[in-house]
Design a protein around this ligand. Structure first.
Ligand code: 13P
Length: 210
């Protein structure tokens, strides 16, 4: 995909996420890997109203080389790209149900959202560690995210929201959407007796679609 096509796609997918309530105000940020660096949403921008020509461009060392000032969460995205050579894009949202799960005191810190449905497992994977709370924009969270991302495609930032990677921008967005739906189901089913996918069913899904 050319850089121009990726810019257009990033703006389209961001607007779609915003229109469906996956982000509000200026919350959330999205990046995608290019051959010569990265594209990233500018800081304080609304995902609903991005301008393809003003997206931030970073070089391969994550230095800002073009467009508007990048998200203050550059290091959050960098943590994923450096941990995962397969990551072609990273999506960070404050989507309501995933963030609600990130605020539960009794959440399992390795798997806060259980394997309820196949698509959650196929898109997000077996694990989604919870990263302890850090102030948004605090670079101190980078080592924790980097360590967790080596063995997970997504993490949940405590009291903040999800960060999801994917091989492509579309994959990362689809994974963020599946995560939000799974988080909603997990809350709907809280207190009910749940039939989770078994470890063998999870293995089967990942060997076919992982
Ligand atoms: P930016 O506007 O700097 O991207 O920050 C938004 C956000 O979601 C912080 O976590």
């Amino acid at each position: 995909m050319t850089e121009a096509d990726l810019r257009t796609l990033l703006v389209e997918l961001s607007a779609s996420l915003f229109a469906r309530g996956f982000s509000v105000g200026s919350a959330g940020n999205i990046s995608a890997r290019l051959e010569d660096g990265y594209l990233m949403t500018p800081t304080n921008s609304s995902l609903g109203r991005l301008d393809a020509g003003r997206l931030s461009k970073l070089d391969t060392n994550f230095a800002h080389i073009g467009g508007d000032k990048p998200s203050k969460e550059v290091f959050m995205h960098r943590a994923f790209y450096l941990a995962r050579s397969d990551a072609g894009a990273v999506v960070h949202l404050h989507s309501t149900h995933a963030t609600a799960n990130a605020c539960l005191a009794d959440a399992d810190s390795e798997n806060p959202i259980p394997p309820l449905t196949p698509y959650f497992v196929m898109r997000v994977g077996r694990r989604m560690p919870v990263i302890p709370y850090y102030r948004p924009g605090d670079p101190a969270m980078e080592p924790a995210i980097n360590a967790a991302a080596r063995d997970a495609r997504a993490v949940l930032l405590a009291n903040h929201g999800p960060v999801v990677s994917g091989k492509t921008l579309i994959d990362a967005v689809y994974a963020a959407e599946e995560l939000e739906e799974a988080a909603r189901l997990a809350l709907l089913l809280r207190g009910s007796q749940q039939r989770l996918l078994t470890p063998a069913q999870v293995d089967d899904l990942l060997s076919h679609y992982g």
